[in-house]
Design a protein around this ligand. Structure first.
Ligand SMILES: Cc1cc2nc3c(=O)[nH]c(=O)nc-3n(C[C@H](O)[C@H](O)[C@H](O)COP(=O)(O)OP(=O)(O)OC[C@H]3O[C@@H](n4cnc5c(N)ncnc54)[C@H](O)[C@@H]3O)c2cc1C
Length: 528
């Protein structure tokens, strides 16, 4: 039996961030991870002899700069570079849109002068609201509490602080905020733009990890969620971690260990120990017991509360609701080893566009049909895919002259209809995804010399992402902010004393940072 102050379930980037902050503050911390590697969904692996790539998460922007700085991730080897162009959207009719600093307006003007005149205003509108979100990211959202105790006073102050942030917005900006939290991205984009490709540029952000039509209410929030990041101080920009996403979590693990945290791998948690109505530690799959004052969890909340805790440890109403926690982001992920760079018919040959996020999904109508098709059939016969070729920015991922690409495919059903299994359809769907890319870049399929395929079921088995959900729970209004994971528990404290969790969305580090703050606050209140 081991004893520690805090045991953290899972060494994903949030578990590691939490561990680093707690250890930095002097607490004894033990992280227990089911897999043989740290990193959770942010890992780099050799998937084909001589070819490495980020396995699941593949591109950086949301990672919070304060965390990069506090954990001194650069000193621990992390280097993030910007894409030379941000997004490239080819169309099968030969037109394309290429975005990035100094390019967007000019490229869009070739498609629509009218849209080119409007895009800066829309980008500013998003940026203003994203700035507000940035102020909320590193603090627990206001939590709903019953009664008038200490918790009520704390939350009243928190709500006042939040209101104060919102008060700085003009009335018109508050209207935009309401639109972005409640409306569909499709409606908002149709009102502003006429070109399909510029609508698809923003529409893609609205369906990334969101198994829904871009015309579904709430999809505008998902679009906003993908706009609040930054790379090396440049807002709204996406980049690449040299060495892949695993470089981020390796640096975090070094930071946590450097402050004294103990990280045990191949150490799955079988059960959270509950004593006198309080979490008191964990029991591992191998039977080892770790006792702790606090238990922090970075696994999907449904997994935590329905599989790792005895049912009678939780209020029945809470358990009923968490059983219905909505998972399933409709994601299918492929890594490919390439003998050569792809050449897109709309913009042939090499160039900065090959460093961009290449979005194949040329209109909102196409994205809507993809979702409808996936609902009926299990996957879309005309899928939406983002292709990223990290080896254009990082030559250590594969042999010279060769390349690796990440295919992030949207709109497959988390569970196939009619009881079919993803195990029986994985290869067929991967073939379809590769053929879809080939439609835009003839010769692509023939250049594939190795591939790694992750269906929603594989993502669940490998990473514990229920339904393959990349965000540990859909980013729908009823599962966001003060309602994440449930009204009354948005403050990183679950219904069981001593056990906290807060599902994040993307490689931000924010839930890990915020959970550490709450644990430290509670610890100081108890022990001074
Ligand atoms: C295919 C895909 C693509 C994505 N692309 C991006 C992207 O490009 N950019 C971006 O910012 N985000 C992306 N995301 C989202 C992002 O990767 C996740 O939101 C983020 O990594 C979650 O981090 P986490 O630490 O909260 O959880 P996780 O990374 O899921 O870590 C949880 C850890 O808990 C472990 N665990 C589970 N059960 C147990 C147990 N019983 N005992 C012990 N340990 C356990 C798991 O093995 C895992 O290591 C993507 C995700 C996926 C799946």
């Amino acid at each position: 039996m081991t004893e520690t102050d805090v045991v953290i379930i899972g060494a994903g980037h949030n578990g590691l961030t939490c561990a680093a902050y707690l250890a930095m503050a002097g607490l004894r911390v033990k992280v227990v991870e089911r897999r043989k590697v740290v990193g959770g969904a942010a890992v780099t692996e050799e998937f084909h002899p001589g070819f490495r790539n980020s396995v699941a998460a593949y591109t950086v922007s949301l990672l919070n700069p304060k965390i990069v700085s506090d954990l001194k991730l650069s000193d621990h080897g992390l280097r993030i570079v910007e894409r030379r162009a941000q997004n490239f959207l080819p169309s099968l009719d030969g037109s394309y849109l290429l975005t990035g600093e100094g390019r967007t307006r000019q490229s869009l003007a070739k498609l629509s002068e009218r849209d080119a005149d409007k895009i800066d205003a829309f980008a500013r509108e998003l940026e203003t609201i994203a700035d507000v979100l940035r102020q909320f990211v590193l603090r627990a959202p206001p939590n709903i509490v019953e009664g008038f105790g200490v918790g009520a006073i704390r939350e009243a102050l928190n709500a006042l602080g939040s209101a104060n942030i919102l008060r700085r917005l003009s009335l018109e900006q508050q209207r935009s905020l309401l639109d972005l939290f409640t409306r569909s991205a499709g409606e908002m984009l149709d009102e502003r733009f006429e070109s399909d490709l510029v609508k698809a540029l923003y529409g893609f952000d609205a369906i990334v990890g969101n198994y829904a039509s871009p015309y579904a209410a709430g999809s505008a929030y998902v679009m906003l969620h993908h706009a609040f990041g930054e790379v090396n101080g440049k807002k709204g920009v996406w980049g690449h971690a040299i060495g892949g996403m695993g470089a981020i979590t390796q640096a975090m693990a070094r930071a946590a260990r450097g402050h004294g945290a103990d990280i045990e791998l191949d150490a799955g948690v079988r059960e959270v120990i509950v004593e006198r109505g309080r979490a008191a530690g964990v029991i591992l799959d191998n039977g080892e017991t770790i006792r702790a004052k606090y238990v922090a969890s970075s696994v999907n909340p449904k997994l935590l509360y329905t599989r790792l805790l005895p049912a009678d440890a939780l209020p029945a109403a809470f358990l009923d609701r968490i059983k219905n926690w909505r998972n399933g982001s409709g994601t299918f992920r492929i890594n490919v080893a390439l003998s050569a760079l792809p050449s897109f018919a709309a913009l042939p040959g090499e160039g900065d566009h090959l460093t961009a996020g290449i979005i194949l999904g040329p209109s909102l109508g196409y994205m809507d049909r993809a979702w409808q098709d996936a609902r009926a059939h299990g996957w879309s016969r005309e899928p939406v895919i983002e292709v990223v070729i990290p080896s254009t920015l990082d030559d250590a991922l594969c042999p010279p002259g060769r390349h690796v690409a990440s295919l992030f495919c949207q709109h497959v059903a988390p569970q196939l209809p009619d009881g079919r299994s993803w195990d029986d359809h994985r290869e067929e769907v991967a073939d379809l995804m590769i053929a879809t890319v080939d439609g835009y870049a003839p010769g692509f399929a023939a250049s594939v010399i190795g591939r790694q395929i992750l269906s929603p079921l594989d993502l669940e088995r490998q990473f514990g992402l229920l339904g393959g959900d990349i965000f540990h729970g859909a980013l729908t209004l009823n599962q966001l902010f003060s309602a994440r994971p449930m009204l009354g528990h948005a403050d990183y404290r679950g219904p069981l004393k001593g056990l906290g969790a807060h599902p994040g969305g993307g490689v931000t580090g924010a839930p890990g940072h915020n959970a550490a703050r709450v644990i430290l606050g509670d610890h100081r209140a108890l022990f001074g």
